[in-house]
Design a protein around this ligand. Structure first.
Ligand code: HEC
Length: 114
């Protein structure tokens, strides 16, 4: 699990570097590109395998955003999400939440390979 998470961090760092590029930030796919870092655990496009951890696809964006803010502050209990949430700025979290809200919930798929 430890190795898995550290691999994820490398991947997330790369994703952030790309997203920080101005041309990329204006990309209509910016939300999905950022959200791809969540697919490893929450399933491709946010449809997690057997709902663990919970699927994010089709969820209300304001609720997703609130959950992420609560993970950041530590208000909401978590095992890994405190760490995950702290890697993002508010505008990035808004893009991610809007992306997941726009996705249709569907059958679970295998997690994306980092
Ligand atoms: C390393 C695996 C992992 C990654 C990567 C990950 N999550 Fe999570 N997520 C979890 C787990 C596990 C939980 C359950 C809470 C906990 O134990 O931390 C969770 C819970 C959540 C919840 C609460 C869902 C609910 O219904 O209570 C939200 C929202 C969430 N994650 C969003 C995200 C977003 C957005 C990303 C990408 C920026 C992300 N997660 C990346 C593992 C992960």
């Amino acid at each position: 699990m430890k190795t898995f998470i550290s691999h994820f961090r490398l991947f997330a760092a790369a994703a952030c570097t790309i997203a920080a590029h101005p041309a990329f930030a204006q990309d209509a796919n910016a939300g999905r590109d950022l959200a791809a870092a969540c697919f490893t655990c929450h399933g491709t496009n946010g449809n997690s395998v057997q709902g663990v951890p919970p699927s994010l696809a089709g969820r209300n964006s304001a609720e997703l955003l609130q959950a992420m803010k609560e993970f950041q502050s530590g208000k909401r209990p978590a095992t890994v999400m405190h760490q995950q949430a702290r890697g993002y700025t508010d505008p990035q979290l808004q893009l991610i939440a809007a992306y997941f809200a726009s996705v249709k919930p569907g059958p679970a798929q295998l997690p994306a390979k980092p």
